[in-house]
Write a protein that binds this ligand. Structure first.
Ligand code: ME8
Length: 520
């Protein structure tokens, strides 16, 4: 096996791949938006980024969905996968590849990792008897299940389980307990946030059972090499998507240099698969393990977990139509600390749109730019000598990048936004305190300096807002006359300043207030 890349300038990030047994819901949108913000941030910071997302199309759940619709499984998978891709496009998610696990390359990839695990002595045939949840596509031990008052036995996620007995291949997960614990110890940032890490460590410490990794009761999956009666357990091929996406099994593929992934972004319900099974499979196959797994929380609507099976799905397309794409992206990433659960409702979204975006950032930009347009012929003024107030707000703006970098390095997207909006708030105080509208008559050179400083601060804010609100930030940077090649993070932190003498286009409002549609 060729050694994986040590190119520190590359950055490989993934989402979970969604089950296309239904249409995308807000949980999927949330994960896509957050991962996109992280990917865009690294791109703007000069990294060579590869961003993978896609759909997880095998497994019993897909078969049952297609049966219920009386359609071929592939047809349902193809139709719904397209909805996920459409959602990504609608939400401005800048993936580099959208993988579908039904692709031929992915079948080869999954068979290759299987063969390597088998060659390492980690796969054996036995028979399986235990509790299986179709909804989770997961097996549970008897003591992980409970029988409810309704006489239905459920697993730890609250989903019904059924007794399954069949011949099955097993993966020797039990042999990896010590190596996994060593991994968590030597790579302390392998799992984030800490609450999830503790959960995983105590799960592994409590002892690992070998894992059933094949099924014979249906054939919708990747065939087990050398035993076509079996298809792989869906999670074996699902996790393998992360290496298929960068070229595996062809290690001469140009994209293989991205492996190992810098971070897998997933929801908290699937941490065990990513932080226990996946690194064990990779170790067994002699492939370097990913660098990090970060689990975000769940979004709740009306206090209930949202899922396709539960039916209280909020449609991401409708949200984007109603509030605007950047507004929705901003809301979820600012409102919900990334890694924790979050609530969503109409009032909270409107409050963020009108306060943070329309009032605080939108008005600041609009007021300063229209003053430049009306009173200075639309030419960005030359500043005079900076006062202490000017220097203080410029220093705070220059300091945003370092704070945002620190926050984004551990996926604390909300903290990066907090750092930027602290400057938005301070810039508003600065603008109100300097009162440039009054200076037009009393001290025109000072007015020019205040407007210049404000424009410079808004420029840095807009550059740093791009990962979260790409389209609106671009409009803002257009109205500041910032050329396309000066919009990455190399232009932040005081390295360069906005150019005086630039003729600006007529300022266009970028962040409209949300107005309730009138009845009828
Ligand atoms: O789990 N809030 O697919 P999936 C936030 N195919 N995130 C949510 C959520 C919610 N209400 N509901 C789901 C799968 N998610 C597997 C993944 S990866 C090799 C295979 C998240 O369609 C969920 O945690 O059920 C997961 O990260 C992603 O959406 C896809 O969920």
């Amino acid at each position: 096996i060729k050694p994986a890349s040590t190119d520190r300038n590359s950055f490989y990030i993934t989402t979970a791949i969604a089950y296309p047994n239904g249409v995308p819901h807000i949980g999927h949108a949330y994960e896509a938006i957050a991962t996109d913000a992280l990917a865009r941030f690294q791109r703007l910071d000069g990294k060579d980024v590869f961003f993978l997302t896609g759909t997880d199309e095998h497994g019993l759940k897909m078969v049952q969905t297609a049966q219920a619709e009386e359609l071929p499984t592939m047809e349902v998978a193809t139709r719904n996968a397209q909805r996920f891709k459409d959602m990504d496009e609608r939400l401005n998610v800048s993936f580099d590849r959208f993988i579908r696990t039904t692709e031929e390359q992915h079948h080869r990839s999954s068979q290759e990792i299987w063969k390597r695990m088998a060659a390492n002595g980690d796969i054996y045939l036995d028979s399986y008897a235990g509790w299986y949840s179709v909804r989770d596509e997961a097996y549970y031990a008897e003591d992980e299940t409970i029988v409810g008052e309704d006489d239905v036995r459920r697993g730890p996620q609250g989903t019904p389980v059924e007794w399954v007995e069949e011949k099955s291949y097993f993966f020797r997960l039990s042999a990896y307990q010590d190596r996994l614990l060593k991994l968590y110890e030597t790579q302390p940032d392998f799992i984030g946030p800490d609450s999830r890490k503790n959960e995983v460590v105590s799960f592994v410490k409590s002892g690992l059972r070998d894992l059933s990794i094949s099924r014979t009761t249906f054939d919708w999956g990747v065939r087990v090499p050398g035993d076509p009666e079996h298809v792989m357990y869906v999670w074996v091929d699902a996790l393998t998507n992360y290496i298929t996406g960068v070229g595996f099994p062809d290690e001469n593929d140009a994209n293989w240099r991205y492996w190992p992934a810098d971070v897998h972004i997933i929801g908290k319900d699937i941490i065990r698969f990513h932080a226990v099974y996946w690194p064990a499979f990779l170790m067994s196959a002699g492939i370097p393990v990913q660098k990090r797994v970060y689990a975000h929380g769940f979004l709740f609507s009306r206090g209930e977990k949202m899922s396709k099976s539960l039916g209280n799905v909020v449609d991401p397309f409708n949200l984007a139509d109603q509030y605007g794409v950047d507004q929705v992206r901003y809301f979820f990433l600012r409102e919900v600390p990334f890694g924790q659960d979050g609530n969503y409702n109409h009032e909270a979204i409107v409050a963020r749109i009108n306060a943070d975006l329309a009032n605080d950032l939108g008005n600041l930009a609009q007021r300063s730019l229209s003053m430049i347009a009306k009173q200075l012929d639309g030419v960005l003024p030359e500043p005079g000598v900076f006062t202490d107030n000017d220097k203080a707000i410029l220093a705070q703006a220059d300091g945003m990048l370092a704070l945002a970098r620190t926050a984004m390095a551990t996926q604390q997207i909300h903290q990066a936004l907090n750092a930027v909006w602290a400057v938005v708030a301070e810039a508003n105080r600065y603008f109100a305190g300097e009162a440039p509208w009054a200076l037009a008559k009393t001290d025109p050179p000072r007015q020019r300096t205040v407007l210049y400083v404000t424009a410079e601060v808004v420029r840095q804010i807009a550059i740093l807002a791009q990962p979260v609100m790409p389209a609106s930030s671009a409009k803002l940077l257009d109205s500041l006359g910032v050329p396309a090649e000066a919009r990455n993070f190399a232009a932040l932190g005081g390295a360069t300043r906005i150019k005086p003498g630039t003729k600006l286009p007529a300022p266009a409002g970028v962040f409209p207030r949300y107005v309730e549609p009138t009845a009828g």
